[in-house]
Write a protein that binds this ligand. Structure first.
Ligand SMILES: [Zn+2]
Length: 400
């Protein structure tokens, strides 16, 4: 005899409630200050359910009440805003010459921004000892402020698989490194999740949450560090691909007779429009900042050779961006890293190439406004995203 169960089971009920909690939390994040009635009207949840969900979020100190405001029909309503003061999200970016750490509260307000010089090139173990020391200090600072750390996400310039293992980080010289495991050990099982992701992916998440085009559902971030990689957000979600290796636009070949690339091929975008092409030599990590400043100074002074190099780099970059634009149709492509100070000279050539090459006509390309720690900020954004998608801290669900 075949039996079937009908009606919601306890597990289903808990799932629905958890989903509704995140719906309310997201609404408050996007629309605060707002009232319980606003939440009910916009989400379709009934008022009693909204009251119960809000009480739960207040118990967890994710939402707090703030004063009274006259609502549309003239009755005073208690307004709600995100609280999150007892929480922190941490993002860390490992790059060739620096480690950056950012901590934010639940609303995304920065609590701390640290940057330390770093030589990851020595070995994974030595490099991770340095990273572990910085992370321990950040976690210690958050503990002192009596904040619960919701999670840590680490950005690495390289191929990271979906489990978070660094398969290869060529500019760091790292291979098959379980740096999430290393950090868990260094922090002695900290009790919060540690995630590892590609730097371009996390920078794209930072732009989506905090950047000048925040909220864009189709956005591409292009790193301009030692390498060139793309973080791709389509239909509102980061697209990592089957093995987690999407976005390797840096090694799309633009010219088979072009200059040699580190990957062993010729004429890759990275070789023609990366920082090495701007500086016209293999840059040494410690010198890049100073050398890029010198290029900016020369370009400002109208130096013909510098202007011609930047024009040619801009054209190659435009070719690369046109591939992304034709393939993925983003609302905006955001240039990060060292492309930002060079953008006034790169963008005219980029736009001219796009005008010729993008079938649907042009593409919006801008310089990032988030600065060099975009990927670290993106680490914090990834932690906040996991709260938005249901990993809620603190409190006990109260059953209405
Ligand atoms: Zn290459």
């Amino acid at each position: 005899m075949i039996t079937s169960t009908t009606g919601p089971q306890p597990a289903d009920f808990a799932d629905v409630r958890a989903t509704n909690l995140t719906v309310v939390l997201r609404f408050v994040r996007e629309h605060a200050p707002c009232s319980r009635a606003d939440i009910a009207a916009s989400t379709g949840l009934n008022k009693a359910t909204v009251s119960s969900l809000v009480a739960d979020l207040i118990d967890r100190r994710l939402v707090r009440e703030t004063g009274l405001t006259e609502n549309r029909v003239g009755r005073p309503a208690t307004m709600l805003v995100l609280d999150g003061s007892p929480y922190a999200a941490i993002g860390v970016e490992i790059s060739v010459d620096t480690v950056s750490a950012v901590a934010t509260d639940l609303a995304g307000e920065r609590l701390l921004t640290w940057r330390r010089s770093f030589s990851g090139g020595d070995s994974v173990n030595q490099g991770m000892a340095g990273v572990g020391a910085i992370v321990r200090r950040v976690v210690g600072r958050m503990a002192k402020e009596e904040r619960q750390v919701l999670g840590l996400a680490v950005a690495v310039p390289g191929l990271i698989d979906v489990q978070g293992t660094v398969r290869i980080a060529p500019n760091l010289g790292w291979r098959d490194a379980d740096i999430g495991g290393d950090l868990t050990k260094a922090l002695r099982d900290p009790g919060f999740p540690i995630q590892v992701d590609n730097d371009a992916n996390l920078a794209a998440l930072a732009e989506q949450r905090f950047g000048a085009h925040a909220g864009a559902s189709d956005l591409i971030y292009l790193t301009g560090e030692m390498g060139v990689g793309a973080g791709i957000i389509l239909d509102g979600r980061l697209r990592r691909g089957g093995r987690g290796h999407s976005g390797e636009i840096g090694h799309v070949q633009l010219d088979p007779d072009g200059p040699a690339c580190h990957c062993g091929r010729h004429g890759c975008l990275e070789a023609m429009a990366g920082i090495g092409a701007v500086l016209r030599k293999d840059p040494s990590p410690a010198e890049i900042q100073v050398e890029i400043e010198e290029v900016v100074r020369l370009a400002r002074s109208g130096d013909p050779e510098s202007l011609s190099t930047l024009d040619s780099v801009g054209r190659s970059l435009g070719k690369g961006v046109s591939i992304l634009a034709n393939l993925l149709d983003p609302e905006v492509v955001i240039l990060g890293g060292y492309y930002v100070p060079l953008a006034p000279w790169l963008l005219p050539a980029v736009h001219e190439e796009l005008g010729h090459r993008v079938v649907a006509g042009g593409c919006h390309v801008v310089a990032s406004t988030l600065g060099h720690d975009a990927a670290a900020l993106g680490g914090a954004a990834r932690v906040l995203d996991s709260v938005d998608s249901g990993r809620l801290p603190g409190g006990l669900s109260r059953i209405p």
